[in-house]
Ligand binder design. Structure first.
Ligand code: C5P
Ligand code: ZN
Length: 505
């Protein structure tokens, strides 16, 4: 089995070939580079890393943000190519559609040059151990780079932005300073999932680059939002349950005061985690450990495991800003992409701290409101429906397509017990301009470890339902679209496939 270092060596060597090929095509074409990228935090980080790298090399580029590389988008891209003759890069998608890309783009009169830098399971590849990966790797060099070719898990060990980062670094070593943005992407794709939120795989190497360059500092901190009022942050924590205090912000405020924490800042606002000094943090953590161990008879070590997390601090950002912490940074980018403001997210990830950043902060308020409204509505109106092996919900008029995946993720990652974690959840949102539902599937890690693979499940359910749409993603998170009149059939087939994956007869 290859070690991460050997895998990285081969990846870098291949990226050097990709770079040569790219620069050669660029000279030949003398043209614009067009980057197509995905709308989530990882996609925006991917686009920003390449944008910044090309800007530094004086390579003219354009970036388009797409909600997904659907077949219809590939057709539009092919038409657009006929006008522009640009050199194309597909980031954070493209692997899951690589056969379509080849078929459509290579059928054009003048065959375009394109590069795919992605981390999703390639089209027709059900899982990371599939032997056909080798064949795709051999047949698609040097234009297709994907971690699964190197025995690296694209779901957990590196994101699309990470792959773009290594490409940017091969273009020019100075792009090492983009390592934090690669980790913003990885964080957006929920890849800091090792013990106490640590990174694994190639993400740890990117983190080393960021630390060596004095860009990121890793600290052990309390596992609460650093920027929400502290009583709210603790009350609504999805990780820490304090019976009698959780979900009750005024009781939590009194509890914190009883620990001797002065809860008001000098301007009258309520303190956030960021406002606490080390001594105050110590008091809060001791108070919480004592409270939980008395109320729930839980071992302190078990509480500490949940209470203390690694926090990744971006050293060049303003303390307390939305960009100071990797989690908050990726949340801001995600909010941009999912509110049709992808270009703001890209500008911020490329370094804008003025106009784009101010606008992004404005729209963040509405985005957060929409998420809270959506979750409350699902819960209060009992909108989750069940089959034997899956659960699902429809967004109706409340949850739009762009956030259906975020809501499904929040449900599955929330530890508050509102949802059955033994079944994957499928969110379905009706698209406005097309007679389809956008589907977002999410599965908890425990069932993924027991055999659930949503990328494969969605592809198989599409096939069983005789549907031609593209679909896939990662084992714990995958998506597609389904015609309105086929939704029942599709969900029934998802149920059947998940049953099979869990080996239940
Ligand atoms: O769209 P959604 O957020 O539900 O997608 C979950 C994951 O599946 C994402 O990583 C997305 O890029 C991927 N996906 C895909 N192909 C699709 C739809 C989603 O690879 N057709
Ligand atoms: Zn991604």
């Amino acid at each position: 089995m290859s070690t991460p270092i050997n895998s990285l060596r081969l990846l870098i060597s291949d990226l050097n070939e990709t770079k040569k090929w790219f620069l050669n095509k660029l000279q030949g074409n003398g043209t614009l580079v067009h980057i197509y990228t995905h709308l989530d935090a990882d996609g925006l980080s991917s686009g920003a890393i390449l944008g910044k790298a090309f800007y530094r090399e004086n390579i003219p580029f354009q970036i388009s943000v797409l909600r997904q590389l659907e077949r219809e988008e590939i057709l539009k891209i092919a038409n657009y190519y006929e006008e522009t003759k640009c050199l194309m890069l597909f980031t954070d998608f493209g692997s899951g559609q690589y056969i379509e890309l080849i078929e459509k783009l290579k059928s054009l009169k003048e065959v375009p040059s394109f590069i795919v830098l992605d981390h999703h399971l390639p089209q027709k590849i059900p899982d990371k151990n599939d032997i056909k990966l080798k064949e795709i790797y051999n047949n698609s060099r040097p234009w297709h780079i994907n971690p699964y070719f190197y025995n690296i898990d694209g779901s957990t060990e590196i994101s699309g932005a990470g792959i773009c980062y290594f490409f940017a670094k091969v273009l020019n070593e100075r792009n090492k300073d983009l390592s934090p943005i690669a980790l913003v992407g990885a964080t957006g794709d929920i890849q800091s999932q090792g013990p106490n939120n640590s990174f694994t795989g190639l993400n740890t190497i990117i983190l080393e680059h960021a630390i060596e360059n004095d860009l990121i500092e890793v600290i052990n901190d309390l596992n609460f939002s650093p920027i929400k009022p502290l009583n709210e942050a603790i009350s609504y924590s999805s990780e820490i349950n304090l019976p009698g205090l959780s979900d009750n912000t005024s009781k939590m405020l009194k509890f914190l005061q009883s620990l001797g924490i002065l809860m008001e800042n000098s301007d009258g606002s309520i303190k956030t985690l960021n406002d606490l000094n080390q001594d105050e943090k110590q008091k809060v953590s001791a108070g919480i450990i004592e409270y939980i161990s008395l109320k729930l008879d839980t071992e302190p070590s078990e509480i500490i495991n949940k209470l203390i997390v690694k926090r990744y601090i971006l050293k060049n950002e303003v303390v307390g800003s939305e960009l100071h912490d990797l989690n908050e940074f990726s949340y801001l980018l995600n909010s941009c992409g999912r509110s049709d403001n992808g270009s703001l997210g890209i500008a911020i990830a490329m370094g804008d701290r003025r106009i784009a950043y101010d606008k992004a902060k404005d729209q963040l308020i509405n985005y957060k409101k929409l998420l809270v409204q959506s979750l409350t509505w699902l819960q209060e109106e009992n909108k989750i429906q069940y089959k034997d092996y899956i659960q699902f919900f429809f967004g109706e008029d409340v949850i739009p397509e762009n956030i259906i995946g975020t809501i499904a993720s929040m449900l599955i990652f929330s530890k508050s017990g509102e949802i059955d974690l033994s079944k994957p959840v499928f969110g379905c949102a009706r698209r406005k301009e097309e007679e389809v539902y956008k589907i977002s599937g999410r599965a908890h890690q425990t069932i993924v470890e027991n055999g659930v693979n949503l990328s494969e499940a969605i592809r198989e359910a599409l096939e069983l339902s005789n549907l031609k749409a593209l679909g896939g993603g990662h084992p714990p998170a995958a998506g597609t679209k389904v015609p309105v009149d086929k939704i029942d059939l599709f969900l029934e087939n998802c149920n059947t496939v998940i049953k099979k994956q869990l080996k239940i007869d």
